[in-house]
Design a protein. Sequence first.
Lengths: 356, 343, 330
Amino acid sequence: MKITIQDLTKTFPARHKGDKEVTAVNMMNIDIPSGKLVGLLGPSGCGKSTTLFMLSGLESPTSGHILFDEEDVTELAPEKRGIGLVFQNYALYPHMTVEQNIMFPLVNMRIPKPEAKERALDAARLVQIEELLNRKPSELSGGQQQRVAIARALVKMPNVLLLDEPLSNLDARLRLQTREEIKRIQRETGITTVFVTHDQEEAMSICDIMVVMKLGIVQQIGEPQAIYDDPENLFVANFLGTPPINIFKGQIKNGGVFIGDEEIMKTKHEDQEVYVGIRPEGFIYSPSGVLSLDVDHIEVMGRDKSVVSISKYSTKPTVRSIIDADVKLEDAPVLKFNLKKNKVFLFNAETEERIR
Amino acid sequence: MSDETLALQNKNNSQKPSSKKFWDFLKSQRGWLFVLPAVVLMAIFTFYPIINAFVGAFKENYQALHLEGEKGYTGWGFENFVRVLKGDTGTGGASFMQCLFNTFVFTFISVPLSTLLALLISVGLTRIKVLQKAYQTVFFLPYLTNALAMGAVFATFFTIVGTSRNVETYGLMNNFLSLFGIKPVDWIGSGSPAWHWGSLNVPWAKYIVAIIYEVWSGLPFKILILFSALQNVNKQYYDAAKIDSASKSTVLWKITAPLISPMLSYLLITGLMGGMKQYSAIVGIFGADMGIDYDMGTMVGYIYQYIEKGATGFAFAGSLLLFAVIMVFTGINLIVSKKTVHY
Amino acid sequence: MKDLENKELLNQEEVTEVVEVEEAKALAAIDLNKEKARDKRAKIVGAILSYTFLTICAFFAFLPFYWMVISSLKPEYEYRRSVPTFFPHEFYFKNYAAVLSQTDTGSSGSFLQIIVNTLVVGLVSTSIGLVVIVITSYALARMEFKGKNLLFTLMLATMMIPGEMFTLTNYLTVSKWGWNDTFTVLILPFLVSIYYIYLLRNNFKQIPNSLYQAAKVDGLSDAGYLVKVMVPLTAPTLISVTLLKFIATWNSYIWPRLVNTQSWQLITNWVTRGFPDRGAKLYNGLYGTTMALTTLRMAAVCMVSLPLFILFIAFRKYIMHGVSKSGTKG
Ligand SMILES: Nc1ncnc2c1ncn2[C@@H]1O[C@H](COP(=O)(O)OP(=O)(O)O)[C@@H](O)[C@H]1O
Ligand SMILES: [Mg+2]
């Protein structure tokens, strides 16, 4: 099922007198093609869950529309949208067994018991929990609970699957494993899926399409790699990538980009104050390089090594450049680097928008 | 430091412990000082009475106050229990079996009824926004009342005033029922209808009055507890249920009720235990004689009747029987509360 | 060749599918509008049902109070109308005057006397009782001494025992000691409320131990800690306990009637004295007959209930807090 989000806005009234109202989602427009896994990414409080709840129908938008295929479902009750939702804390009914939990939606849809049992078993198999069917949620580990929640969402064969930070309650190892699992299940079922997370690595690794949000406003939409390679603004560039991008204060003058006195490259753009973003992997060590950095220390980790240095033009305490482990570095307090052009981004210092 | 002084110090050190130990022990026990007033009072007014009740119940023909100077009883045995249970106390008044039956009828009908009603009202309260506080306050009002006084008010709803030839008012209830063409009933007067079942009286009209009162007076506490229990249910379960297309009644009976089942069973059990101790309200509604010749008597009423008559032995025996009944409920509570906590 | 055929077949199928989908969509669109309307209607109906149900229940919950007040303000003949009036035609305050001047039996004590009795007993037993409860709970929660657990277990065990089992022995005890017709007899047996001790002890236990250690570092004695830290922290519970204890005195009926003669009894006894015999004996002065006067009884009921209402309105939060606390003890 294709999802179209048009001018979607959600404003919450002020919680206390004197507070301002909160615009959790602001004029959002997204087209989600059928069968894709879409990630909503952004820092905590940026309106991801609100968006998801509006898609599910649990929250109704202040304005704007949501279309499933061509149908406007904006006003439609949750149970009539044909969606599955996995809550952040799973919201498994504590008094029901795993099987009863999974069967619950089917029972409500008045599907005969034998068939419901069959389908519950199928869903349990899909997420590999068929041997846990008679347990209560309290007798399950976090990862198992999470699978039950997914099974419950999938069992009614939803048109759309919505997941709200489904991995945030799992430990690091389980998180890696489960995100592969979700990817597999999504591929197998081909259900259009919206996945909310604040973890950019998680989003990058499993999404077909990624939507980056900030303060309720969509910053950029695209394939994860495309966004990484071509960020629209400073926020997006900063939010994606580990280790994060290095940001320098710089200027464009006389057709060149300057960090301090050093001209790092030529440009056709007019003179202005800029932020220069350089991905850690964008540095090439060269004694005749264009940018010099005061080395603080070097971290070696097998495949590559990081030069951690200090620059008074950097907006962060340290600058990190990653180079191949076999590159020999001279033992000097200052090292010089050339830069890979496609790893350097310029942003207007005021608007923080990308200068292309 | 010379050897001498060292030796002296050693001596001092070795001397101290016995007196110091005792002093330390006393100091470590000073908690008793804090609890002393309570312990003395409880010893006199709580612990001793319990023992005394167990002793006194077995003294035959025990009349503690009436036979001063003499020992006040004629011997030991189970006679008190036998005569209480048989209704053969030779003093007239309430019969224990009648009181037990009445108490059970009031309680086992009114407690489940008021718990159910409280659940529905609490659910209703959670579903509204405007005026929620106001409704809550109104529903809590009956909690802080004087059972005797409110019993008297309820009595007026059901009392027919006037003589049988010249009725002045049939009372609010009969007036209300007449709207549906129902003939006036003498709810609590001398002509109140009753069935007879062996030696037991079943004054059903009076039972209805008592049950209505018990439901009314039991509601506030139950609503307060259930409403806060409902508000503590994680909202996500309701969201999840919506996604799972559960209807409103499914949500109520399959999700809400089980989630608050520990509270429901707590309310049921404490309600039943409290019901066993009914007294004041019945006096308020039906008068000090608890109906006509104690036909609306309760177990506690039975005990007080014999306290006032000075038949100490019967009163003790009655109170032990009441205790036994309540212990049965306590036992049930222990079993049930282990089973109903689902998670 | 075969492939081609297959493809054609596939194409055909696709075409029919598309048509079907289009039709389904058209149908769905109609359904959708209907469903939206139905949802909205269901919501409104739900709200109306909720409010109706609550209003009916609230009406019946409140009716006794309303009835008691208006009946107390009616003259007896108006009360006895065969069709009841829901608002007095005439406000008849003489009912109250008649109740207040109820002194005909001489020994029964005047209204003033009884109010003084009730206030003295209520204030003394509440304040001393509170001190006993606080120090006992504190020792049980925070201090170590031999036999503490045994004592606490004993106390918990007695909570299951119906109070009626104590009443008789206590009655015998105080009678033997010649305490009848004193205030002591109304105060002493009820100073200790095991249930409140239990409640407060749990409250005290919830206060983190680190606070106690911090206070020790700051040089506070045990008693100082109790007064300066624990009591303020548990103030809501203490206020609830105070109120509920005072209300218990106000409502106490059985014990005073048992141990004291009329002029030493309390307000509930005094006000309800006419109830058992339906008021016939005491209130006949007003109309010069020996009728049972419902309106007078309602005036008495109002007088005993009014202070409770005032307390409730003034301390609603604390009372509800205290009552709901007892609900979560399990
Ligand atoms: N029910 C609500 N009432 C008021 N404000 C809310 C409500 N729900 C969310 N918000 C606010 O909306 C913003 C977005 O919240 P949310 O969508 O939960 O963020 P997240 O991206 O972390 O999931 C936050 O500032 C939050 O405080
Ligand atoms: Mg969230």
